[in-house]
Design a protein around this ligand. Structure first.
Ligand SMILES: [Ca+2]
Ligand SMILES: [Ca+2]
Length: 271
């Protein structure tokens, strides 16, 4: 190698080391942190309960079935609560698809885990049914908890579904929260098929994390399975429930809501 070439090679090595040493210049965050987690499908870890369905039978109307139950400390004190969800079930459709077998609306009861048969501490009804989870992850369990607003007490999130064929189905995610001494319906997030639901701290003026619902926009001239633009609806915690704090459309088209959300996160919200 002649002296000029050697100088060029040394300079290139030095430049590479310099770029690698500057935070953010090469790769700003590990790929894992950038991963979009669609909460319509995710299944967070869940504690077990010793309460079996037989102990709850008196709470279930004829023709209905409990499809999920989850112990949780919803009011931040005393014994744990047990959240259960039920909907109408047609045993004649046992070999059919979930939308043939299960029918909405769904009822959610909040019980005292130590005395579940004593009756509901609170009761809610939501559109859509709550089919039991399947093994391939397309139907996650209906109930999960998360301290979304960052106040140290978890909220209960309830996922129900309505199927209307093709892209006409809807996911409904409702949020139940202990607030000012009572259980409140404190948020409702609906997403069409091919949509997504994400939690991210993207706004400094509402506490905790915000909720982002991604809806796909089916343009007039677009093929159904072609990439689509997405609309992002953003909700933040204020005055006891999640309120709309923003709304925007992507200019680019994406194959799926994860990619659309990841791009907004990276380039718009810089998270
Ligand atoms: Ca409690
Ligand atoms: Ca909370």
């Amino acid at each position: 190698m002649n002296p000029t070439m050697r100088l060029v090679v040394v300079a290139m090595i030095c430049c590479s080391l310099l770029v690698a040493a500057v935070p953010g210049a090469w790769s700003d965050q590990p790929a894992q942190q950038k991963q979009a987690v669609n909460m319509l499908n995710a299944q967070p870890p869940r504690p077990a309960t010793n309460v079996d369905d037989a102990a709850l039978a008196a709470l279930v109307p004829q023709g209905w079935a409990i499809t999920d139950k989850l112990p949780c400390q919803l009011d931040g004190q005393g014994p744990r609560e047990l959240a259960i969800i039920m909907c109408a079930v047609d045993p004649a459709q046992s070999g059919g698809e979930w939308w043939e077998r299960y029918n909405g609306p769904s009822k959610v009861l909040i019980l005292n885990e130590e005395a579940p048969a004593a009756g509901a501490l609170a009761e809610f009804e939501f559109r859509g049914c709550a089919p039991p989870p399947d093994t391939n992850g397309h139907l996650p369990a209906a109930l999960f908890t998360d301290d979304l607003n960052g106040d140290g007490i978890v909220e209960l999130l309830v996922r129900t579904q309505e199927y209307a064929g093709g892209s006409g189905g809807w996911h409904h995610t409702n949020l139940i929260k202990w607030y000012l001494g009572a259980y409140k319906h404190a948020g409702e997030f609906g997403a069409k098929e091919l949509g997504g639901l994400y939690f991210l701290d993207l706004h400094g003026q509402t506490p905790g994390r915000e909720v982002v619902v991604m809806h796909f926009i089916w343009g007039d001239e677009e093929a159904h399975f072609a990439p689509h633009r997405y609309r992002a609806h953003m909700f933040g915690w204020a005055n006891g429930y999640y309120v709309v704090i923003g709304d925007l459309n992507t200019s680019s088209r994406y194959d799926n809501p994860d990619d659309a959300f990841a791009n907004l996160r990276r380039y718009l919200w810089k998270k």
